[in-house]
Design a protein around this ligand. Sequence first.
Ligand code: ACO
Length: 323
Amino acid sequence: MIRSAICGIGAALPRHVMTNSELETKVDTSDAWIVQRTGIRQRYIAGKGETTVSLGTAAAQKALENARLGVDAIDMIILATSTPDHTFPASATEIQSNLGMNHGFAFDVQAVCSGFVFALVTADNYLRAGMARRALVIGAETFSRILDWHDRSTCVLFGDGAGAVVLEARSSKGTINDTGILASCLRSDGRHMEKLYVDGGPSTTRTVGHLHMQGREVFKYAVGMITDVVDNCFAQTGLSARDLNWFVPHQANKRIIDAAAHKLGIAPEKVVITVGEHGNTSAASVPLALAAASRDGRLKKGDLIMLEAMGGGFTWGAVLLRR
Ligand code: ACO
């Protein structure tokens, strides 16, 4: 059978680091409040000339370098984003053009913070169906551009950035020892829209709008939804938390990550946490965390890794893979 294996990982961050102390000069907040409630110490904020497409392009280039592949080897690009450069065309096609790729196809996937997990599962299905041999899967966001910078309850939580992986189809034995994606689970429930949404859009207000969130409500659902899809991946494979080498969760909030890992019985030393440095970068957060753990040598060949994310919609999902 065909399995989709990650053969390259890359990341890109804006130049400007905004610390909690810089935020203290903009809204009525404090480093202590932000760190205690979220674990966030700083985030990267896109400046002039930095956009979802420019960050996504840079991350894709790094992933290609890491895979030692040229763009000719790629058949498709999927970009997960809720902050595209334009309403259309898809930012994925702008990245395709920036990479000098004029073959294959590219499109965007929109599942907010779960976007990268949704895009990875989508690419996995294209590869296993034989429609493509290699895919670039990118998560890129500039949430700073949809934040209300006067709303201290949201503007302290988010940051900008991009991460990317090259996914490759490999002939495999069909066992849980294979390299590549072993199981995945996606969910959504649109009844939760008002808990986390943007109050604008081309077909309603003809504006981009600003992010609104009922933080406590999101928190209430997050841990249960995350553990639901993670347990589903374990059940599909007969593997368990004890077999995991790394848990790479969506980086929204350290308290959510800690609570989910605790409920799943995953040891704290197996959890990759980057929310302190990046803030919540929505669809970019999982590939940024993957890139950080890959760069510092934590992710080794053969390691069993669980990815998960939950976000606006609500959407939520998990992917169990072997490096
Ligand atoms: N600085 C200082 N005080 C603040 C700030 C701030 N930035 N923001 C809110 N406060 C105040 C509030 O005004 C309130 O004051 P009051 O008691 O005088 O009314 C007090 O802090 C408590 O506010 P709450 O909203 O109840 O704070 P809570 O303890 O719930 O923490 C938080 C808020 C961090 C958002 C929390 O609810 C949370 O982590 N929610 C999860 C949501 C999340 O992480 N979303 C990310 C996007 S979704 C996703 O990616 C999964």
